[in-house]
Design a protein around this ligand. Structure first.
Ligand SMILES: Cc1cc2nc3c(=O)[nH]c(=O)nc-3n(C[C@H](O)[C@H](O)[C@H](O)COP(=O)(O)OP(=O)(O)OC[C@H]3O[C@@H](n4cnc5c(N)ncnc54)[C@H](O)[C@@H]3O)c2cc1C
Length: 316
């Protein structure tokens, strides 16, 4: 038995993994298996998007965390012996992947952004290192070859009509030594930057905390979220940590990133490197942000931003 297995916490993330999983399974001439939490409503879509088999993980009781499924997944993997096992690289996904890999006594390559099959079905994977300044090639020498893949690395798989697949329910997990006592939603100032379509990020070019209101207004007018560089959150404490982007903060993939008074140091750029369009406003024409921008305005943000707001208001 063999196969390419994909596991994600959320439906959209599964579809991204099915996209690359389908390609690899077809090259290996094996089946594509999607593991999902017990939600029958998603099964056909997974099959339409390439899954030959859907393994339904048991529904979890309120006191159980997703980690409770790890022993069930591991038992099934021991029986089925997959060739490849891909996990969506969210925080939880990475934790679970590491736990599965250690129990299967196999290797795990994290944050892979490219996966190609080399000789003898060996996966050649690439991951960014040194804040994106370098590319590292890695191979997993043990079986199953496991990798975590950052979300939005691949487009969601497209549906193919008329596909059929099998569905199996996996058994309930054994009693866990871990019990969730309570779940609380984290209070956020606003939406999650990683899911934002537009991000307007402020940097130290902004002189005073109260000036953030002007940038917040700009962000609202373009339907975006307010982000920032690390010093704005960590040193000045003008915005919470979850608003900062970069190598030691969040990485997002918005359609549009607008940097306002941001110099564009590599540690920050890593946080929006995959944005579709990058714009910057900076007084210094030699600021590194312009090297990664599609559109740049050399000018004082205190002149440019009010004018942008004025123009945008006319269009509403
Ligand atoms: C190990 C390590 C990890 C790090 N991780 C991160 C990280 O995850 N995220 C992160 O953001 N940083 C990180 N940093 C810090 C990073 O190196 C930069 O120092 C930081 O990103 C710079 O922030 P900034 O652009 O706000 O400030 P600055 O570099 O001070 O830039 C301010 C910019 O504003 C411009 N400006 C000034 N006045 C105006 C005006 N009136 N109008 C328009 N433009 C103006 C200036 O020309 C300048 O380019 C890290 C650093 C280290 C060493």
């Amino acid at each position: 038995m063999a196969g390419v297995w994909v596991l994600a916490e959320k439906h959209e993330q599964s579809l991204e993994l099915l996209n690359i999983g389908r390609e690899l399974a077809s090259q290996l001439g094996t089946k594509l298996v999607s593991l999902i939490l017990n939600d029958h409503s998603q099964v056909q879509e997974h099959i339409d998007c390439g899954a030959d088999e859907v393994l339904l993980l048991p529904a979890l009781a309120a006191h159980q965390a997703l980690e409770a499924c790890v022993p069930v997944i591991v038992d099934e993997a021991k029986k089925e012996d997959p060739d490849l096992f891909l996990v969506a690289g969210t925080l939880k996904g990475k934790e679970i992947a590491a736990s599965i890999a250690s129990r299967l006594d196999t290797g795990l390559c994290s944050d892979c952004i490219s996966l190609k099959l080399g000789d003898e079905g060996r996966l050649e994977m690439e991951r960014l290192v040194f804040g994106g300044a370098g590319l590292q090639k890695v191979e997993c020498l043990t079986r199953p070859q496991m990798a975590t893949i950052p979300i939005r690395t691949f487009e969601p798989a497209e549906k193919e009509g008329g596909r059929e697949g099998t569905v199996r329910e996996l058994p309930a997990p054994p009693l866990s030594s871990l019990k969730v006592m309570e779940k609380k939603t984290r209070v956020r100032e606003s939406g999650d930057l990683r899911e934002a379509g537009v991000i307007v990020a402020v940097g130290r070019g902004v002189e005073k905390e109260e000036d953030l209101e002007m940038i917040r207004e700009l962000a609202e007018l373009v339907g975006g979220e307010l982000g920032c560089t690390k010093p704005i959150a960590d040193e000045l404490h003008w915005l919470p940590e979850e608003r900062s982007l970069g190598i030691s903060a969040l990485e997002a993939k918005p359609q549009l990133y607008i940097g306002v008074g941001v110099s564009g140091q590599i540690q920050h750029v890593v946080g929006f490197r995959d944005a579709k369009v990058v714009c910057a406003i900076n007084t210094d024409e030699n600021a590194p942000i312009f090297e990664v921008s599609d559109y740049g305005i050399v000018g004082d943000l205190y002149t440019i931003v009010p004018r942008l707001i004025e123009e945008l208001k006319k269009t509403i």
